[in-house]
Design a protein around this ligand. Structure first.
Ligand code: GN1
Ligand code: MG
Length: 362
C-alpha cells in the first residue's frame, strides 16, 4: 500500500492529516476520504486516477478546471450562497498542477463537501431535483468558452461500443463467447435502432453539447434537505448528446433493483422516477433542448441500459480488463441485469412517449 499521507502532502492542504480511508463505490478510480485533525481545516478527497482508462491526465484535469471555474463563475453571477458546497474545488501542488504523478500513478485532491450525502437509490422527489440539476448543469456549461477534449474518445458512441463488442467476440480471449450467445443475439437485433443518435448527428440533425456523461445517481451530492448541491465525478465531462445525461441517470435512478442484481425479478424500470426526473430535466434544460432531442428522450432511456449491457458484456468476454469486479462472473451478472432493465424500458416506452407529450402541453 502506498503511503497516502505523503501523496496528500504534495498538495496545498490546510491542517494535519489524521486519517485516510476508502470512500464510495466507483468502478474506475480509487477514492479515499482524508480527515484532518483541526476543526477549522477542511477534510479532503484523494483519488488515484485510473490512468489506463484516462490516458491523457493533463487534458482530463484541464477539462475539470475549466468546468469547475465556469460553474463557480455562473453561481457567483447568479448571487448564489454557499458556493463552496455547490461546485468541486481541486487543490494545486506546490508546482501549481492539479495532479501529482508519483512515477507510477496520478493523484488528485479535492475539498470534501461537508454535510452532503450521496445515494444509490432515490425517491421521486429527489429524482425531480436531480433532473433539474443535470438540466441546469448542461445549461450552465452551454457557453463555456474553452473547447473540452474527449477524455475517453468515443465514450458514448454506440457504433464504437458495438464495434468493440464485435472485436471482443472475434478474439474470444477468455473463451466465454459460447455461453453468452443469447445476449449477443438480443444485442444485434437492436443494434441499428440503438445507433440512431450517431446517424442523426451525421445528418446534422442532432448537436453535441457539453455533458457530464456519467450521471449515475451516486454521482450527485444532496444537501440535508434533499436538494441537489452539486454534481461530482467530472472525469467524463465532454461533448456528447444530451441523451448521455438523461439516459444514464434513469439507468441507475429508475432501476428498482441494483446495477448488478442477481435477482432479475427485482430489476424493473420505475415509471414514477422516470416521470419525476423527466419533469425536472425538462425544466432545467428547456432553454436549449431542440424538438429532436426531446422527441428522443425515450430512446435515450433505452440506449443507456443497452450500452451498458454491451460494455459489461464486452468486458466479460475480454476477461474483465476494464471494470473492477468482486467475483469472476460479475460482469455477466451486470450484463443480465442491464438487459432485464432494457426489456422493462421497452415495455414502458409508449407510456413514456405519452408522458413527455403531456409535459410539453403544460
Ligand atoms: C463507471 O466511475 P463510475 O463507477 O462512476 C463508468 C461509467 C459506467 C459505470 C457503470 C469512465 O462509472 O461509464 O456507466 O461505471 N465510467 C467510465 O456503473 O467508464
Ligand atoms: Mg462515481
Amino acid at each position: 500500500m502506498k503511503d497516502l499521507s505523503s501523496i496528500v502532502a504534495k498538495f496545498k492542504v490546510q491542517g494535519t492529516i489524521e486519517e485516510i480511508k476508502p470512500l464510495g463505490t466507483g468502478l474506475i478510480n480509487d477514492t479515499y476520504k482524508v480527515n484532518t485533525k483541526e476543526a477549522d481545516a477542511p477534510n479532503y478527497v484523494l483519488q488515484r486516477i485510473n490512468h489506463a482508462i484516462f490516458q491523457n491526465v493533463e487534458m482530463l484535469q484541464s477539462n475539470i478546471t475549466a468546468v469547475t471555474n465556469h460553474i463557480r463563475k455562473k453561481l457567483t453571477e447568479a448571487g448564489e450562497s454557499d458556493i463552496e458546497r455547490k461546485v468541486l474545488s481541486f487543490l494545486e501542488t506546490e508546482e501549481g498542477k492539479a495532479y501529482w504523478f508519483d512515477g507510477d500513478s496520478y493523484w488528485r485532491v479535492m475539498v470534501f463537501i461537508p454535510r452532503a450525502k450521496t445515494y444509490e437509490t432515490v425517491n421521486p422527489e429527489y429524482s425531480n431535483y436531480a433532473g433539474e440539476a443535470f438540466g441546469n448543469f448542461q445549461a450552465m456549461l452551454a457557453d463555456i468558452p474553452e473547447t473540452l477534449g474527449e477524455t475517453i474518445p468515443d465514450f458514448h458512441n454506440m457504433e464504437f461500443r458495438l464495434k468493440q463488442l464485435r472485436e471482443a467476440v472475434a478474439k474470444d480471449a477468455a473463451g466465454r463467447v459460447s455461453e453468452v450467445k443469447y445476449y449477443l443475439d438480443e444485442i444485434e437485433k437492436r443494434a441499428d435502432e440503438m445507433c440512431k443518435a450517431e446517424r442523426l448527428y451525421r445528418e446534422g440533425k442532432l448537436p453535441k453539447r457539453v455533458c457530464h456523461c456519467d450521471t449515475k445517481v451516486n454521482n450527485m451530492m444532496f444537501d440535508e434537505d434533499g436538494k441537489v448541491l452539486c454534481v461530482i465525478d467530472l472525469d467524463t465531462v465532454m461533448p456528447s448528446f444530451v441523451f448521455s445525461d438523461y439516459g444514464d441517470f434513469l439507468r441507475t435512478g429508475a432501476n428498482t433493483g441494483d446495477e448488478d442484481d442477481k435477482d432479475l425479478d427485482r430489476v424493473n424500470f420505475n415509471m414514477e422516477i422516470f416521470k419525476a426526473f423527466t419533469k425536472g430535466y425538462l425544466k432545467g434544460a428547456k432553454s436549449f433542448l431542440t424538438p429532436i432531442e426531446i422527441e428522443n428522450l425515450p430512446y435515450a432511456a433505452a440506449l443507456f441500459p443497452y450500452m451498458q449491457c454491451v460494455r459489461f458484456l464486452a468486458d466479460y468476454i475480454n476477461g474483465d480488463t476494464y471494470y473492477k469486479i468482486k467475483y469472476p462472473e460479475h460482469n455477466l451478472v451486470r450484463t443480465k441485469a442491464q438487459f432485464k432493465l432494457l426489456q422493462s424500458v421497452e415495455a414502458n416506452t409508449p407510456e413514456m412517449i405519452a408522458f413527455i407529450n403531456e409535459c410539453l402541453k403544460s
